[in-house]
Each structure stands twice: as C-alpha cells, then as structure tokens.
Write a protein that binds this ligand. Structure first.
Ligand SMILES: [Zn+2]
Length: 206
C-alpha cells in the first residue's frame, strides 16, 4: 500500500524547518516506526528507477525479465547507452542477493554484445557505481552499458597512483582475509597462492 496524501503531509510537516542533518535523523526515526511494506512503498514513490520499473515513468525499454529492466539512458554518454537495473530497490550492489547479481552481469554482458551490433560500437564499458564518491547519483543500483567509439571523449580513464609496496602488501592481505567464496567451498585466492620460493628469480643452471 502506498502512503496516503495525509501520511506524506504529516511526514513533511515533521521535517519542516529542520536543518538537513536533523531532517535525515528525523526521517530515519519515522522510517523505523513504519512497517517494511510502507517503507518500500515510500521508496518506490520517490526513486525514479523504481517508478520506471513499475511502468509509472515512461522510458525506452530494451530488455525486461522478472528481476531486471533495461532502458536507454536519457542523458547518454554515447548513442546506445543503456541502464540496466534490478526491479527491486537496492541502493548498493552488495545488498543484492547472489542470484540477482549473477543475472544482472549475464544480462549486461548480452546487452554489451547487442550494443556492438545495434550502434556499431567499437567497444563497450560496463560500469557500476557504489556510493557518491564513485559517481553514483541515483539511490538505486544501476549498471551502465556504454558503447564506445575511437576518440569519443567519454571520461572513464584515470591517472595511475603510486602506492608503497608495504601498503600494497597490507591491502592485499586484508582483502584475502575476507576469504570470499562464491559457490565453492574454499576461497579461490588460496588455491592460486604462489609460494615465495617459486617466484624468486630463475634457477641458475650448472
Ligand atoms: Zn529504487
């Protein structure tokens, strides 16, 4: 059930005149009191991609299944720029269950091939941003499929940074300690571990 006009007006009244940080805190308070279905309904009333998923905002759909929808981006980086997203509202990709993540990249991969053919792309980028610092500017997980052309001036390149060897080692260690597994018993990273002796220089033949 979506919220009624009266409920929305009540929430608005509660937030009025508060500084932004206070508004956020108050909003969290209100949300915590609502049943999860109403919170979900409220998100859908506000999130543009939930509205597109529900067919309440028109968009040029290019793919749809039970979990996902893909549309042409209305502010494309290049012609044929596609946005693929879960129909359920998730803010970050790591909130999505593994089967939805698997599906979204399977479909992104097929859309990438389709984009090569449909607009004669010479390349594609498949791009996902988690968090504002990464360039996420919608509250919903989006996978961008961007057709690329020679010298198209689409800025997805970066200047490499110098990271100290000991920091690199520490970071790698921290990541390995997470022991990520996907559908296998042991973390893959342990199985490809190379013993130090094996990589220390070539053997000198007599
Ligand atoms: Zn949404």
């Amino acid at each position: 059930m979506p919220l009624t006009q009266e409920q929305l007006a009540y929430i608005q009244q509660q937030l009025e005149g508060l500084p932004p940080e206070e508004q956020q805190r108050k909003m969290q308070e209100i949300l915590a009191q609502l049943p999860p279905e109403e919170v979900e309904a409220m998100r859908q009333q506000q999130c543009p991609f939930c509205l597109i998923a529900a067919g309440k905002v028109p968009a040029k759909a290019v793919y749809e299944d039970d979990m996902l929808k893909a549309v042409l981006d209305i502010n494309p980086a290049n012609k044929g720029h596609i946005i693929l997203f879960p129909k359920k509202h998730y803010q970050f990709s790591f909130a999505m269950p593994d089967n939805e993540i698997a599906r979204i990249f399977q479909v992104a991969n097929k859309l990438s091939k389709a984009a090569f053919e449909a607009v004669g792309a010479q390349g594609t980028n498949i791009f996902l941003a988690n968090g504002q610092a990464a360039g996420q500017n919608a509250p919903h997980v989006l996978v961008h499929i961007i057709p690329r052309f020679e010298n198209d001036k689409v800025g997805l390149a970066w200047q490499p940074k110098k990271i100290e060897e000991k920091d690199m080692e520490e970071i790698a260690q921290k990541l390995k300690e997470k022991k990520i597994t996907v559908g296998q018993e042991k973390p893959v990273i342990e199985e490809v571990k190379i013993e130090k002796e094996e990589i220390e220089g070539p053997e000198i033949l007599p």
